[in-house]
Design a protein around this ligand. Structure first.
Ligand code: FDA
Length: 388
């Protein structure tokens, strides 16, 4: 069969592109259902965009690459689309917008938009081979056990990254892009919990406000201790900037000048126990754990200036070296991918093979936690669709 545009991947970016690319579009996916990552996202409520979406919230080999697509289809455009479908939403924190109801509302919205534009969707279809000859893409697939050949003028690669292989994530977009001469940048799990053996197993479930940094970035968000190490938004964020063997620095009291506070307390309430005072600012189980790691006992009056400085350093510049990360098994996204140098930033089309497009997470563009990755999927999908 022949179609104008074949889209591989019925995820966020592929469905968005199909909804905007006009008639003659066929979308293929090997999964049983479309948009499965949308369904499980944001704890089932889909953090679909961010009010403060800005190019600085994206990592890429070329930090300027995202600018054009994000400017041409903005968070406001998507908010408008969501509004037209009567989907109620709320801002949770830091500009992060979530559905009031279930995230499947976003999947249903995209399916309705695809239907309106006349796009076809084939699920449970396996891609066997793609080639390009006589100015057309020829894609061999298997659908319901039957081999089929699809020719198309355009081919959009939208099969996402490698995160959560259990959900069907695959490297297909990378393989096809590489086959057509595109360079790939190194891929690695991002927005992922960091592991520390069983060091924090005793305080698993405890969370605290924090500022987590390294020499590249800094995130003032919550931290969560787990059986395997550290998680929570601040850790997921810094994981995108972390490499094996490096340390991260945790400030457990970002809103307090701890040295000054302890010196004042020493004058006014010296008989108060150090652990009791810390428990007024941090979870009690965490204070008990830190008491062992940082060895604080006795009353505030017993603290010398040097001891106060050491305690303050220990709690506000806690240097931790992860043993690793939880990997693609739980990573929300994949860092790296199809190198932006081979793509046009306005249209996401290949610079050397007209008609080939790469969109969404498959591209070497990774957003922060907070709705940025979906906004990239929407913006890059629309950019390709409008160019076709
Ligand atoms: P996506 O992964 O959505 O879609 C790819 C599609 O291609 C899938 O349908 C897949 O089945 C299909 N496919 C893959 N390989 C194939 C093959 N070989 N043959 C055929 N089809 C194939 N982001 C955000 O902004 N806000 C949030 O709240 C969250 N929450 C979140 C939670 C969890 C648990 C995860 C794992 C991820 C998030 N994300 C997120 C990230 C977000 O889900 C992600 O960035 C986008 O879904 C990427 O959209 P794509 O369309 O590029 O890939």
């Amino acid at each position: 069969m022949h179609c104008q545009t074949l889209i591989l991947g019925a995820g966020a970016a592929g469905m968005m592109a199909a909804a905007h690319a006009g008639p003659g579009v066929l979308v293929l996916d090997h999964a049983k259902k479309p948009g499965e990552k949308i369904r499980i996202s944001g704890g089932g409520r889909c953090n679909f965009t961010n009010l403060y979406c800005d190019p600085n919230a994206f990592l890429s080999g070329n930090p300027h690459f995202v600018k054009s697509a994000l400017a041409r289809y903005t968070q406001w455009d998507f908010i408008d689309l969501v509004g037209r479908h009567g989907i109620a939403w709320h801002e949770k924190t830091l500009g992060q917008l979530f559905c009031d109801g279930k995230s499947t509302q976003i999947v249903d919205m995209l399916l309705k938009e695809m239907e309106k534009s006349g796009a076809q969707l084939w699920l449970e279809t396996t891609v066997r081979q793609v080639r390009h000859s006589d100015g057309r893409f020829v894609t061999r697939v298997e659908k319901a056990g039957e081999p089929l050949e699809i020719t198309s003028k355009n081919l959009i690669l939208a099969t996402g990254g490698k995160s959560i292989p259990k959900m069907g994530a695959s490297g297909l977009a990378y393989e096809i892009a590489a086959q057509f001469g595109h360079a790939l940048t190194e891929t690695r799990p991002a927005l992922v919990p960091l592991t520390f053996g069983d060091r924090f197993a005793g305080i698993s479930g405890v969370s605290a406000k924090s500022l987590v940094s390294n020499d590249k970035a800094s995130f003032p968000e919550a931290l969560l201790f787990t059986h395997r190490g550290l998680s929570g938004p601040a850790i997921l964020q810094i994981s995108s900037y972390w490499r094996e063997g490096e340390e991260i620095v945790v400030n457990l009291l970002p809103d307090l000048d701890l040295s000054r506070h302890f010196r004042e307390m020493r004058r006014s309430q010296g008989r108060r126990a150090v652990s009791a005072e810390l428990s007024a600012h941090l979870p009690t189980r965490l204070v008990a754990h830190l008491g062992q790691e940082l060895d604080f006992k006795g009353n505030i009056a017993d603290l010398s200036d040097a001891r106060i400085a050491a305690l303050s350093e220990g709690l506000t510049s806690w240097r931790l070296k992860p043993t690793g990360s939880e990997g693609y098994r739980t990573a929300e996204v994949t860092l790296g991918g199809v190198c932006t140098s081979g793509l046009d930033s306005k249209s996401l089309m290949s610079n050397h093979l007209p008609g080939l497009y790469v969109i969404g997470e498959a591209v070497d563009v990774t957003g922060w936690l907070g709705g940025y990755n979906f906004q990239w999927a929407w913006s890059s999908g629309v950019a390709a669709a409008r160019h076709i």
